[in-house]
Design a binder for this molecule. Structure first.
Ligand code: GLC
Length: 737
C-alpha cells in the first residue's frame, strides 16, 4: 500500500515537473531574461499589433504612457523634476491629486549643485533623487535641466547649471549616473536652445553652428556620451524654423546619428505640433499635447495626439512607413528593459536620513560667500546679543511654485527657523520687511500688506539689534524665478532695494543673504560688508544657512554664472531686442560664443561678481602650476601639478579652476575658457600637491565651415585660478602637430 502511494506521488511530481519545464519552454523571449535585450525587443515588437505600437508612443495620462497591457509590458510612469519628486497629479489635469504620501525631500536647485563644483556630490545627489523616484514607482524623472544661462532674466535659470558649458557638462554626468543606478531614467532637458521663458512655445532661435556646438550642446552631448542618459526631452522653441521636439538636425542628425543616442526622445509637455515631423524627425514619445505644460489642457485628448490616431491613419494610407513607428517602439522597449522590466533594479528609498544629509551638504557647499569685509561673517553664537532677521525670504516656502520643478517638501527648514535653532529664540527678533503676493503661473498677485508699515517695522527692529541678517532676493512667483515667463528687469522686486538702504542707514552691521537662482542688481552693494548668495536650498535650507553663517561650515561655493553690474553689460542684452527676447518670431544669438564671462572678458566689461567667484573663511595659497612637458601633440593629456595650502585658521575647501587661452587662434576665441576644475578639501595649515590631467582635445574650437572640431598647433596659456577674475598662477605650453 505504502509503496503504491509513493509511486503515485513520484508520478505526480514527474508530471508537474514536465509541465513546469514546458511552462518554462513556452516563455517568449521578450519575457525571458536569458535572451539578449535586443532580441527581446525584436520579439516584443513582432508580437505587438499596429494599434499597440502606436499606443506605446504617447501618453495615456498627464504623466504616464500605457505600455502594452496584453503582453504584460508595464505602464511607464514619469515625474518631475530635477531637484525632487513632484506630487502626484490627477489622471488628466494639472491639479494635484491630493495624496498624503507624496511629500518629498526637496534638494537644492541645480544652480546650487553647480556652485559646489563637486562632481562626487553630484553623483550622490542623483542617486538620492533616483532612490526617491524609484520608491515612488517612477520610471523616469524629468531632469536634469542643463540649458545655458544666457540672460539673467530667464525664469528657469534657477533650474539649470549656469553659463559655462564645461561646468554643466562635467556636473551633469555623475548626476545622471546616480539617478539611473536606481533603474530610473534621467531625462536631460530641454533639448535645445531653451534659454529663456518668454515666447518659449514658438520662438525660433537663430544661432551659429559654432555657438550651438561650443556653448549650447556640450552638456547634452556629455549627458549622452558620458552619462549614457536614457531619455532626452525636446524643448518648446524652434531651431532652423522647426520645433526642436521633432527637429531633423537636432534629433536625427546630431543626437541619434552623430552622438549615438540609443534612448527615447520625449516631448516637453505640449511641444509636439505635427504628425509628419514627429514621425520622421526622431520623436519617440509624445507627452502633454494640447496642454501648455503648466496650467491648462484639453481633456482626454490622448487619441488625438500627433503620434496617435493621425499617425495610425497615415501609416494605413501608406503616407508614413511602419518602419518609422517600429524604430520608436524599439527605443521605448529598450527604455523598459532599463527600467520597468528590469527585474534587478533596486527598490529605492524615500525621505531617508541620507537624502536629507545630501540635501544639506549640497546646500552648505553651494552657498557662495560674495563679500566679507571686516570679517562680518562668520557670526559664532555669542558674538552678538540681539540678532534681527529681516525679509520675507527668511520664512517663505521656496520649494513651492516656480513651475514644473515645484515640490511638496516633507520638511523645509526656513532660514529664520535655522537661525533660531542655531542662536536661540531669545536672541532673535524677526520682521518681514517686505511682502510678495501669492505664487501664480500667469499673473503677479499683489501682497495684501502695506509696504510702508512693513518697512517701518523692520527698520525699527534693525535699529535696536546688534546685527541684522537680511534674507531677500527673488522667489518662485510669476516674473521672478518661475517657468513660463521671464523677469522684467534685473532689479529686486517688492521694494527691497529701498528697504535694504533704510536698514543700512540704521544699522551698518547688516549682512545680506540673497535667495535666488539668478543675478540681481545691487545698488547698495558698496555699503554692505557681508553678502552671500543662497540658492533655493530645499528641505535643509535654514540649517545649511545657519551652519555657514555661524561658521560651523566654511563656505566653498563658486558662482556658476556672472553677475553683471547692469543688464546692458550682459551679452544677450547688449545687442538689443533682436538678441533678447527676439521679435516674437525669431531671436538672434548675436553674442554667439561670447556668453557670460566669455563676453565680460573679451569686451573688458567688469562684472559685479565674476563667474567662479566665491570666498572662504580661510585663505588658500597656490603654488606655481607646472606642466609635465613643454610640448605636446594634438590629443595628448596635459598633466599639470601644483601645491595648494590652507594658510588660514579654519578647515576649508577650494574649487580650483583651470582656464585655457589659445595665444594665436585663426578664429575669434574667448580670452580664456574653463577646461578643468577640482574641489579640494584642506585642513587648516595643510598643503597638498594636486595633479590634474587636462584633455587637450577640449582646447579645440568648432570649425563651422568644415563642420568639425579643430585643435590648432599653437601656444596655450594654462591659468590656475580661484575664480575667472582671480588668477593664482599660469604656465604656457605648446601643442605641436
Ligand atoms: C513643463 C516643463 C518641463 C516639465 C514638463 C512636465 O512645461 O517645461 O521641464 O518636465 O512640462 O511638467
Amino acid at each position: 500500500m505504502f509503496m503504491n502511494l509513493k509511486l503515485i506521488v513520484l508520478f505526480a511530481m514527474t508530471i508537474a515537473n514536465s509541465f513546469r519545464i514546458c511552462a518554462q519552454e513556452v516563455l517568449p523571449a521578450y519575457l525571458d531574461e536569458s535572451f539578449p535585450t535586443e532580441e527581446r525587443i525584436e520579439n516584443a515588437l513582432s508580437l505587438m499589433t499596429l494599434e499597440e505600437k502606436i499606443a506605446i508612443c504617447h501618453a495615456q495620462s498627464k504623466f504616464s504612457a500605457p505600455g502594452c497591457p496584453r503582453l504584460g509590458i508595464p505602464e511607464l510612469w514619469m515625474s518631475d523634476g530635477p531637484h525632487g519628486v513632484r506630487v502626484e497629479f490627477k489622471w488628466d489635469s494639472w491639479e494635484h491629486a491630493g495624496w498624503t504620501n507624496d511629500s518629498c525631500t526637496a534638494f537644492p536647485a541645480l544652480t546650487c549643485l553647480a556652485a559646489t563644483f563637486n562632481t562626487e556630490l553630484s553623483y550622490r545627489y542623483g542617486n538620492a533623487l533616483g532612490e526617491g523616484a524609484r520608491f515612488r514607482k517612477k520610471d523616469m524623472i524629468l531632469g536634469p535641466g542643463v540649458n545655458i544661462y544666457r540672460t539673467p532674466l530667464s525664469g528657469r535659470n534657477f533650474e539649470y547649471m549656469g553659463e559655462d558649458p564645461y561646468l554643466s557638462s562635467t556636473m551633469v554626468v555623475p548626476y545622471i549616473k546616480g539617478v539611473q543606478k536606481n533603474g530610473v531614467s534621467a531625462c536631460v532637458k530641454h533639448f535645445a536652445l531653451n534659454n529663456q521663458e518668454k515666447w518659449r512655445n514658438d520662438i525660433n532661435v537663430v544661432v551659429s553652428d559654432r555657438a550651438l556646438n561650443e556653448i549650447y550642446l556640450p552638456a547634452f552631448k556629455a549627458a549622452v556620451q558620458e552619462g549614457n542618459v536614457w531619455s532626452v526631452m525636446g524643448s518648446y522653441n524652434k531651431f532652423k524654423g522647426t520645433y526642436c521636439s521633432h527637429n531633423d538636425t537636432l534629433i536625427n542628425q546630431i543626437l541619434k546619428n552623430e552622438w549615438g543616442f540609443d534612448g527615447v526622445m520625449v516631448t516637453d509637455w505640449g511641444s509636439a505640433h505635427d504628425t509628419d515631423e514627429a514621425a520622421r524627425n526622431g520623436l519617440d514619445l509624445e507627452m502633454g499635447t494640447w496642454t501648455n505644460g503648466l496650467t491648462w489642457g484639453i481633456s482626454s485628448a490622448y487619441n488625438d495626439y500627433y503620434l496617435a490616431q493621425p499617425f495610425l491613419d497615415k501609416i494605413r494610407k501608406g503616407e508614413l512607413s511602419e518602419a518609422l513607428l517600429d524604430e520608436k517602439v524599439r527605443r521605448i522597449l529598450r527604455l523598459y528593459y532599463r527600467t520597468g522590466m528590469n527585474r534587478n533594479r533596486p527598490y529605492g528609498r524615500f525621505k531617508a536620513p541620507e537624502h536629507y544629509e545630501v540635501a544639506r551638504t549640497v546646500a552648505e557647499e553651494g552657498i557662495v560667500l560674495m563679500k566679507n569685509e571686516n570679517h562680518f561673517f562668520p557670526i559664532p553664537a555669542g558674538r552678538y546679543g540681539k540678532i534681527a532677521v529681516i525679509g520675507e525670504n527668511a520664512v517663505k516656502r521656496l520649494s513651492e511654485g516656480g513651475g514644473s520643478s515645484e515640490l511638496k517638501p516633507h520638511i523645509e527648514i526656513s532660514p529664520l527657523q535655522g537661525i533660531v535653532n542655531k542662536y536661540g529664540a531669545e536672541n532673535v527678533v524677526y520682521s518681514m520687511g517686505y511682502a510678495s503676493g501669492a505664487p501664480s503661473y500667469n499673473e503677479i498677485l499683489p501682497s495684501p500688506y502695506d509696504a510702508d508699515s512693513l518697512l517701518n517695522a523692520a527698520v525699527s527692529v534693525a535699529k535696536s539689534a546688534d546685527v541684522v541678517l537680511y534674507f531677500g532676493g527673488l522667489n518662485k512667483n510669476n516674473s521672478e524665478d518661475c517657468e513660463g515667463d521671464d523677469r522684467k528687469s534685473m532689479n529686486l522686486s517688492f521694494g527691497q532695494d529701498k528697504l535694504i538702504e533704510e536698514l543700512l542707514k540704521v544699522n551698518k552691521n547688516t549682512g545680506i543673504i540673497l535667495i535666488s537662482g539668478n543675478a540681481v542688481a545691487m545698488p547698495w552693494v558698496d555699503k554692505v560688508q557681508g553678502l552671500m548668495q543662497g540658492w533655493y536650498l530645499g528641505s535643509m535650507a535654514g540649517e545649511a544657512l545657519a551652519n555657514v553663517i555661524s561658521g560651523g561650515v566654511n563656505p566653498s561655493g563658486k558662482l556658476p554664472f556672472s553677475f553683471p553690474k547692469k543688464l546692458e553689460d550682459n551679452s544677450a542684452h547688449y545687442f538689443g531686442e533682436k538678441s533678447y527676447p527676439g521679435d516674437g518670431i525669431n531671436q538672434y544669438y548675436l553674442d554667439d560664443i561670447l556668453v557670460g564671462y566669455r563676453w565680460h572678458e573679451k569686451k573688458n566689461i567688469l562684472p559685479l561678481f565674476a563667474f567662479g567667484h566665491g570666498l572662504s573663511y580661510t585663505t588658500f595659497k597656490y603654488g606655481k602650476p607646472v606642466a609635465d612637458k613643454k610640448d605636446y601633440h594634438v590629443g595628448d593629456k596635459i598633466n599639470v601639478s601644483f601645491t595648494i595650502s590652507n594658510t588660514g585658521d579654519m578647515d576649508g575647501a577650494e574649487a580650483v579652476q583651470i582656464y585655457v587661452e589659445q595665444k594665436n587662434p585663426s578664429v575669434l576665441r574667448p580670452v580664456k575658457e574653463l577646461k578643468a576644475f577640482k574641489k579640494i578639501f584642506l585642513k587648516r595649515g595643510e598643503t597638498q600637491t594636486i595633479n590634474m590631467a587636462l584633455d587637450s582635445n577640449k582646447f579645440a574650437f568648432y570649425d563651422e565651415v568644415n563642420k568639425k572640431w579643430v585643435l590648432e598647433p599653437d601656444k596655450y596659456v594654462i591659468y590656475l585660478a580661484s575664480a575667472s577674475d582671480d588668477i593664482r598662477g599660469k604656465t604656457t605650453i605648446e601643442i605641436i602637430k
